[in-house]
Design a protein around this ligand. Structure first.
Ligand code: FAD
Ligand code: EPU
Length: 352
């Protein structure tokens, strides 16, 4: 393969500009790819130079706590389309390039009067990262609509054949997928397809969304896709810090899933503990509530702290170093474990 990409590879790039937590970290090599051909060339260069590859979308779920000796591959393959041949009178299949901005995909769906991802409005990040942790918000997860993802398999040099992985094979669950497990560092997602309904159907069960809509003058059965999108954006805006003004990575920990027997004991001591059913044997707790109850909400420690409106969000107040942030995370984990006996798992991908 003729390789014209060499000239575009930058060295010693500060990743603080490419990740929303804005921690200082130098990448030995960095390249932004806008086509499949460029992507394949970048993989060849990395493999020739024995450089590990770190894929980056918009960096809203990546924590670079140290310098990285790797080729950071910024996925910038964009574009949206309707797959008419896979669509029907009832539903529509929409396809996006992995580098497209997720929220533009939501807007694209709304323009096509397609129902299913309006609750996922305003989640930061690129489309290609959405299947990695099965993004979710306000009662909807990507798993509800995902049709397939197309990937390049890093082990298929020099052709790098494109492979389609159907939703059922992606092993999606709460903040989990095959891409965090068996296929971690093995494939790069290049396109994502979702199947959405063309008939009106909303998911309005999430308490915060439901009560917001109750307060609107519009009756619930007259609400439009745009109304739901605006409601979700408004709720998010009222709780979550804007990474451009206050660097953060959204929820810092996953909501813990614990055995029901453990939950019953916790409930005896904390009658109002929020919980969500998972299956007959497990339930999910709200990490934000645990951290809040442990007294961390709104606390600042030097350059880092816990957001004052959402205890699950750690923030970088002023050019924090990765080790300061991770020290705070560990203290929170220890304190929640001591108080509730529950382990908190960090949600973003940490490079340390
Ligand atoms: P990145 O940080 O660039 O990448 C994340 C991971 O995916 C990395 O491991 C990376 O290597 C991998 N990756 C990225 N692209 C590819 C690709 N093309 N192929 C293979 N691997 C890839 N998440 C939710 O689920 N729900 C929310 O409500 C939510 N709210 C948020 C609010 C804020 C303010 C912030 C900052 C974050 C929030 N997040 C939320 C987390 C984040 O937005 C999502 O995880 C998002 O999908 C990350 O996209 P990204 O492009 O920024 O990912
Ligand atoms: N709560 C507190 N204190 C707080 C914040 C919340 O006690 O400071 C309580 C709330 O009262 C509520 C519960 O915790 O009972 C849950 O709060 P919220 O509805 O805000 O949701 P969350 O569980 O904190 C999750 C996702 C978010 C997603 C929202 C909305 C995880 C790890 N986080 O947050 O995703 O936007 O639900 O669906 O699952 C992200 O992944 O980055 C993210 C922001």
């Amino acid at each position: 393969m003729p390789n014209s990409l060499h000239a575009n590879i930058q060295t010693n790039v500060n990743l603080a500009d490419y990740a929303t937590m804005a921690l200082p970290s130098t990448a030995s090599h960095f390249v932004s790819v806008t086509t499949l051909d460029e992507l394949k060339q970048a993989i060849v260069i990395a493999q020739e130079q024995s450089l590990p590859i770190i894929v980056l979308g918009e960096g809203s779920n990546s924590l670079f706590t140290c310098d990285v000796s790797a080729l950071v591959l910024h996925m910038n393959i964009s574009g949206f389309e309707v797959d008419a041949s896979a669509s029907s009178d009832d539903d529509i299949v929409l396809v996006a390039g992995a580098g497209a901005h997720w929220d533009d995909f939501v807007q694209f769906a709304i323009v096509h009067n397609a129902y299913g991802i309006e609750n996922l409005s305003w989640i930061p990040g690129a489309v290609g990262a959405a299947p990695i942790q099965n993004i979710g918000a306000y009662g909807v997860e990507l798993s509800h609509v995902l049709e397939w993802v197309e990937v390049i398999d890093l082990n298929t040099a020099p052709d790098f054949s494109v492979r389609r992985i159907y939703a059922i094979e992606c092993e999606l669950s709460y903040r989990e997928s095959i891409f965090k497990q068996r296929l971690k560092n093995q494939v790069i997602i290049i396109r994502v397809a979702i199947r959405l309904s063309l008939s009106k159907q909303f998911n309005l069960n999430y308490a915060a969304l439901s009560s917001y809509l109750d307060d609107l003058p519009t009756p619930k059965d007259e609400l439009t896709l745009t109304d739901i999108r605006q409601a979700v954006i408004s709720i998010r805006d009222s709780k979550l810090p804007n990474p451009e003004k206050c660097p953060n990575a959204g929820s810092f920990f996953k909501n813990p899933i614990i055995p029901k027997s453990q939950f019953e004991k916790l409930k005896q001591a904390h009658a109002n503990i929020p919980n969500y059913p998972v299956d007959g044997d497990h339930c999910k707790l709200a990490a934000a509530w645990l951290i809040d109850q442990a007294g961390w909400k709104g606390k600042r420690f030097g350059n880092v702290g816990v957001h004052e409106k959402q205890a699950l969000v750690l923030v970088n107040y002023n050019q924090a170093q990765g080790h300061e942030l991770m020290a705070l995370a560990r203290e929170i984990q220890a304190s929640v474990h001591e108080r509730f006996g529950v382990a908190l798992e960090i949600e973003p991908r940490v490079y340390e």
